[in-house]
Design a protein around this ligand. Sequence first.
Ligand code: ADP
Ligand code: MG
Length: 267
Amino acid sequence: PDIAALSEDRVHMHVSGADVAKPCISFAHFGFDDALLDSIIKYGYSEPTGIQKQAVPVALSGRDIIGIAKTGKLVNENKNFVILVLFIRILDDQLVVVYLGSGKTAAFIWPMLVHIMDQGELDKGEGSIGLILAPTRELANQIYIEAKKFAKSYSLRVAAVYGGASKMDQFKELRSGGVEILVGTPGRLIDMVKMKATNFRRVSFLVLDEADRMFDLGFEPQVRSICDNLRPDRQTLLFSATFPKKVERLAREVTVEPVRISIGNVG
Ligand code: ADP
Ligand code: MG
């Protein structure tokens, strides 16, 4: 399905901030190496989505991002709807686009991979470089799957930690070392640090995904405690479907001179 073309037509994008990198209209213009480009093509992505066109060059330039985009909620939240979408996909490719989401995950995973590969010789076992906070186990898993698809190109390891699953298994996985990208729900991430399964000392690329939902679920203290314990010189990307005052306050506190990208009728 031509996700990119349709998302471009249907949604309105607003970008604000000083000295914002220009959008790139095709994958070839991102400056990715062949390993990453090949895997993007292998997964059948023919063109970047609207948010990818704008957010990827900004993230690659090292800037912080506040991304406000309402799309993709239906697929995430309603399993019956996924079935319906699969049906529509057979009947008419183009309709799928509306429900699939805007491709935010890859928009932060690709620059995260470039950032990690730019660190030079990776020292194993010292904690992750990329850290992604997500509100729920389901979302953490979706991000984990998308991250693994592309991390494979560089033989980087990804791990996901969340509540409702064995702490011991997650502990062992992190302790085995070499996990460069860690995805998790805030509470379980803190548990893992307390258990000394990992530490946040090397985290220099932070993503807060679905920040409004993390707040709705009561994770504000955990999110703040994690952010307060990270290197202040990190790069931070925050995504949220809605932008209420308390999320706006957090966004202001955890980012530095962010570029704000909003899609749809929000913000
Ligand atoms: P959201 O913005 O809602 O978080 P996701 O990142 O979950 O959206 O992406 C939704 C789906 O679109 C995923 O299955 C992902 O693999 C796919 N996708 C992402 N980018 C592209 C692209 N450029 N072309 C085709 N499919 C894409
Ligand atoms: Mg998402």
